[in-house]
Ligand binder design. Sequence first.
Ligand SMILES: [Zn+2]
Length: 104
Amino acid sequence: MWTPVLLEVGEHPLGVLPHQIRGSLSQFSQMTLVGHSSNSCTACCHTVVSEYRNRGMEFILQAINHPTYLEDLTGLTELMKSATLFTLDWDNEIGDDDDDCVEI
Ligand SMILES: [Zn+2]
């Protein structure tokens, strides 16, 4: 039976397991990155993992049967509501005095 175990970076039998590998051709460099979960991630945030561990299949069935359950649980619903209320004062006029931009 498979048991989930949290491994620290470097403890994996195959070495470092990065979440992302990014490279730069101009500098001939490569970066291995490890990301941390967002508090609002519907897949891996602490709230979702905790609910899954505590409720198991009941949690899975609730997430499947109620389309907004995970968004409500993680706070994404409130975040999206607050984002729609945000208004930006935007100036669409382009003047001749726009010398800050240079065409390449
Ligand atoms: Zn995530």
